[in-house]
Each structure stands twice: as C-alpha cells, then as structure tokens.
Design a protein around this ligand. Structure first.
Ligand code: 6PG
Length: 243
C-alpha cells in the first residue's frame, strides 16, 4: 500500500476532466494487459458530470466500452427507475450511450438477498479476488464513502464483499461493497468537490485515524493506487497543500 496521491485542481470542471482522463488511461492499460476493463461506479452528484463527459462525443470513443464491465460500489434500495437510484443516474448519464456490460445492484429486492446476489455476480465477474481495475468513490461531508456510513457495521466487514445495511441518517436501506472489495482493487479514485467537504477532507486525510467514525479512511488498496482528485474549495482546509 502506498501513500495516497492528492491532486488539487481549480474547480469541479477540472476534477471531472482529470477523472475522465484517468478512466481512459485505466481502461487502455487494463484492456491492453487482459483484454477487458472492470469499472465500479459511485452515486452522488459529482460523478454525474464525469459520466456525461465520458458519454460525450469527445470521450466516448476513447474507451473500448465493449470490453468494459461496469459494476456499482453502492446502491440505494429503490427500484431502478427511481430518481434516487444510482443505476438510473448512471444509465441516463452514461450507460445508455455506450455498449458496456452492466452489472447493477438490485435495489428493488429484499436488501440482504440483493447483497448476496450481487456478491455472487461479482465473484463470477472477478474470480476469487475482488480486484476491480478502477473504483470511483465520493465522500460525504460526514466522511461516508460508497454506502459505508459512520458508526455502522459495513465499514468493519472483513469477509463479505457486499452487504446491506439500514442507514438511519438517510432513512434508507443501502447496498454497498465493503472494504474487502475496495482494498483489493487495482486503483481507487476519489472525486471530491465543494466547500462543504473541506472540513471533512482535512479530517480524513490529516486527522487521527478512526475509520469507524470516518469510513473514507478505511480505503487503502493493499496492492493498488489511491488518488484523491479534489477541487480548491474542498482542499481549502488542508494543512499540507499538495503541489
Ligand atoms: C451515494 C454515494 C455516496 C457519494 C457521497 C458523495 O450513493 O450517495 O455513492 O457515497 O459518493 O455521498 O456524494 P457527492 O459526490 O454527491 O457529494
């Protein structure tokens, strides 16, 4: 495990472009090495702009989507056409415009059964080790990432790849991959933008370690790269301004 790379860019537009370039590079290197690319998406508002850029004329042909398997890091337990569905957002912004194979979490099913079914699907896709080529993550202003929420069990899971948990904070069941998957991945890319994330970014990157309270701290790929792409507003409280 190496130290995270923290890259500060002027604003969200540059974060989005840099992320798109990382996706293009990860796809090319994975497809060059093994003939396919596995890409795990996150929900939230920051990735939507990335998905739209990846679907745009300028970027679409730069990823070999036919050799790409898209999966999800987390999902809200709602039907796939619900406005809160991460799958729906990704489908509208990206997946209906490219020929990727899509593996969605079934938010409409009973949560525990949906989590087990998704773990089986990931095992079929990835084999014995959950080494996803590129995992996209965001961070909430409470330090959550994927659907690993502060003080709940999912962040401490060390066996299962996918779990379901009721998150009182958002009054909703969530499905999420666990640290087992995140920390076996080849590359994890956090996208963080906006002043409302500044205090938490400082705590997560520079404060004392307490992954149970700050789940974003649990992400540390054992044999992979960890990069934080952040905008200047989110980086404003960092003491060590990365160059
Ligand atoms: C979700 C996410 C979640 C998200 C963060 C940050 O389903 O809500 O996967 O973990 O990444 O809440 O979201 P923003 O990027 O929208 O701030």
């Amino acid at each position: 495990m190496s130290k995270p790379d923290v890259i500060v860019l002027p604003a969200k537009a540059e974060v989005t472009r840099a992320a798109a370039d990382r996706v293009v590079a990860a796809a090319a290197s994975s497809i060059g090495a093994r003939g396919r690319f596995t890409f795990a998406l996150s929900g939230g508002s920051t990735p939507r702009a990335l998905f739209e850029l990846l679907a745009s004329e300028a970027y679409r042909s730069r990823v070999d989507w036919a050799r790409t398997d898209v999966c999800f890091g987390d999902e809200r337990c709602v039907p796939p056409d619900d406005p809160q569905s991460n799958y729906r957002m990704a489908r509208e912004a990206l997946l209906e415009h490219v020929p990727a194979r899509v593996h969605r979490m079934r938010g409409e099913d009973e949560p525990a059964a949906a989590a087990s079914a998704y773990e089986r699907e990931l095992r079929e896709l990835l084999g014995a080790t959950p080494r996803v080529d590129l995992v996209l993550l965001g961070m909430g202003d409470n330090g959550h990432t994927a659907s690993l929420f502060p003080g709940l069990h999912a962040v401490e899971e060390r066996e299962r790849w996918v779990v379901a948990e009721y998150v009182a904070e958002v009054s909703m069941w969530r499905l999420t991959v666990t640290p087992v998957v995140l920390n076996a991945s080849a590359e994890v890319l956090f996208l963080v933008a906006g002043a409302d994330k500044a205090a938490m970014l400082h705590r997560v990157l520079e404060g004392p370690r307490d992954a149970r309270a700050l789940p974003a701290q649990v992400v540390a790929p054992r044999d992979g790269r960890l990069t934080w792409l952040v905008d200047a507003a989110a980086a404003a409280a960092l003491e060590q301004r990365p160059t």
